[in-house]
Design a protein around this ligand. Structure first.
Ligand code: FE2
Length: 321
């Protein structure tokens, strides 16, 4: 039985613990109280374990271009097996429909697998049906530097784990369509998004390495991450830039491992070697998941780390659509 003075000490500890909870501090405290001899029983050590209620950092998994059904299925397999799960999964999905565009069915399949935000690029509008759903899909992006009036949106803000994460998608212009300047558009939109949150992830969908490297340096210190997509081949230059922006030139692709950037070799050879018209097909065989895992500081918005993800395995279901 506890003495009256010990009860008082317990009350002090309870109040202290309650205050810590209200302040959203993670606390796992072992508290000893003064006891009389009669109280020396195992329960004399009181352990207070308080629930975690705030996150100092956020784990964001960002996946490179998802290609066709092998890509969609590998992403689903990979995300299902992940333990622990990331706080947020973002994927470039402009090649989800057999390599060209994305259908509503593909979008729902990837969302079911755990992807929350979808970025795009030069293939975003390849499937006609996208015009029936892009405007109502808040977390499905197309490059922000398309001309004004283009359906869809180039950025969004996703709320997760008590914080807001902005995702911005821009496309390069070197060896690509002559869109508005991705630098000028990024300037404007990063300014707008910064009023809402300091956690900003940018997908730069571009062909030229130089344009992507330039974007990384241009936005360093202003956004949390600048991550490249489009070439389907992962680069090994991931780093956190001096201003605190995580950067990689290209995250690579999620799809066939043995094709030519995801496409069936024979259909590509016909065009590149024989110089004949060829309709590209998604390759069969082993598939891979490529991307990066970034750890972001939720108070400063800066990247704490960037780590490449690259997994090659067998896709469990046969490639179809
Ligand atoms: Fe692309």
């Amino acid at each position: 039985m506890l003495s009256a003075s010990t009860d008082g000490q317990r009350e002090k500890v309870r109040k202290k613990a309650s205050k810590a909870t209200n302040n959203k501090i993670v606390l796992y405290a072992t508290v000893r109280v003064n006891l009389s001899a009669v109280d020396l029983v195992p329960s004399s050590i009181v352990m207070y374990s308080l629930a975690m209620s705030a996150q100092k950092s956020l784990t964001v998994l960002v996946l490179g271009d998802v290609i066709g059904s092998p890509g969609r299925r590998m992403v689903a397999q990979y995300l299902a097996a992940l333990d622990p799960k990331p706080d947020l999964v973002i994927a470039n999905a402009e090649n989800a429909a057999h390599g060209f565009g994305i259908t509503e069915k593909n979008l729902n399949e990837l969302r079911q697998a755990g992807v929350a935000v979808f970025s795009g690029g030069n293939h975003t509008f390849d499937q006609k049906e996208i015009f029936t759903f892009i405007d109502r899909e808040e977390y499905l992006l197309r490059p922000a530097n398309y001309p004004e009036g283009t359906p869809g949106r180039g950025s969004c803000i996703y709320a997760v784990a008590g914080v807001k994460v902005a995702v911005l998608n821009v496309m390069g212009r070197i060896f690509m369509e002559p869109l508005d300047s991705p630098f000028a558009v990024a300037d404007r939109l990063v300014g707008d998004l910064s009023k809402e949150t300091n956690l900003i992830v940018v997908d730069i969908h571009a062909e030229a390495t130089s344009e992507k490297v330039a974007m990384g340096w241009y936005l360093d210190g202003r956004v949390s991450a600048v991550l490249g997509t489009h070439t389907h081949v992962q680069t090994a230059d991931e780093r956190v830039l001096p201003g605190g922006t995580a950067y990689i030139t290209d995250m690579g692709s999620c799809g066939p491992a043995d094709g030519v950037i995801g496409m069936d070799r024979a259909t590509v050879f016909r065009r590149l070697i024989q110089q004949l018209p060829s309709r590209f097909d998604v390759a069969a065989g082993p598939a891979m998941v490529n991307g990066v895992k970034v750890e972001l500081d939720t108070s400063s918005g800066k990247a704490l780390s960037i780590e490449r993800v690259r997994v090659i395995g067998e896709v469990k279901s046969p490639a179809e659509d």
